[in-house]
Design a protein around this ligand. Structure first.
Ligand SMILES: [Zn+2]
Length: 63
């Protein structure tokens, strides 16, 4: 799968805020807690795996 975008999460701290970042260019909002930034990152990963096109009306999960 050469076309697959790599999603590598890292967190960057600036002052008392923490921001999650991804190698694909995504950036989460500035959070006060690193755990919150991690949650943002995990949500991004979940979205990236399912893709932006969430057509749940077909009722056919792609596994
Ligand atoms: Zn990403």
């Amino acid at each position: 799968m050469p076309d697959r975008v790599l999603h590598a999460i890292s967190t960057a701290e600036s002052g008392s805020f923490c921001t999650a970042r991804c190698s694909c260019g995504w950036r989460g909002p500035a959070r006060r807690a690193r755990s919150q930034a991690r949650t943002d990152a995990e949500r991004h990963l979940a979205d990236a795996e399912t893709g932006p096109d969430t057509d749940s009306e077909t009722g056919r999960p792609l596994e």
